[in-house]
Write a protein that binds this ligand. Sequence first.
Ligand code: 8YV
Length: 309
Amino acid sequence: GVLMACPMNAYLEQELEKRFRLFRFWQVPQKPQFLKDHAASIRAVVGSSVAGADAELIEALPRLEIVSSFSVGLDKIDLGKCREKGIRVTNTPDVLTEDVADLAIGLCLAVLRRICASDKYVRSGKWKKGDFRLTTKFTGKTVGIIGLGRIGTAIAKRAEAFNCPISYYSRTEKPDCKYKYYPSVVELASNCHILIVACPLTPETRHIINREVIDALGPKGVLINIGRGPHVDEPELVSALVEGRLGGAGLDVYEHEPEVPEELFGLENVVLLPHVGSGTVETRNAMADLVLGNLEAHFTNKPLLTPVV
Ligand code: 8YV
């Protein structure tokens, strides 16, 4: 049997149903009783950025062999516990890189050029009555990227086409990298106009965007987060935006999804998206196929397509 941790994708659910005995964990009213009754038959968990396999679930599934995540991010999976127990882990890298990078650039343009506020201005009929304030140019602005992995690199490539000087922070400097390296996030934030979070969420990167970083970015600076909500100290971000100490923000992720701080709803310099970085039909289908392909490979003793553990 396969346990789906949360709802994710209709096509994936349908294909899992065809191939396995599928359990939908979110529909289970009495989880402890369900685990008593079915744990012995569950050999795989399919998770996502919403829910995966924490230590408690892993302990409750003695026959678990593989956790296949419908996400590139692995923060909802206890990787240490999986390693310890010999449980395989897979994710969905590469197939979503372009979409997430596209959306990061979309957020830059949306925040600086006030695309959402302008759309609202037209729809509300205000255009006929008044004038609209000028916005800020994106081309040529300095872009700082936290995490120069697959997604960070794809964002950098796109920003280069807008003539943006690129700099980055990561734990170590990348050899043969043409972008400027800063060994601290505060230094990066002090030296860029737009700061983009594109690193994995780990205990080390939790709240990597704190008060000091926000102050370094300053009243002309813009924060873009396409990573994970907990990368940002959200109450600090909200007060900086409300008080005008930060120039703007484009957010696809939040600390307590689907809760979004309502103080942001009235701010025109903020663009709020509902965690849709990978959310195109094409990419979600490719992610589903990777999850299915990894399970298929595991259960037919073939090499996994995208193994993590
Ligand atoms: C998905 C994601 O939105 O890949 C990730 O890490 O956060 C996204 O691709 C998510 O996994 C579906 O909930």
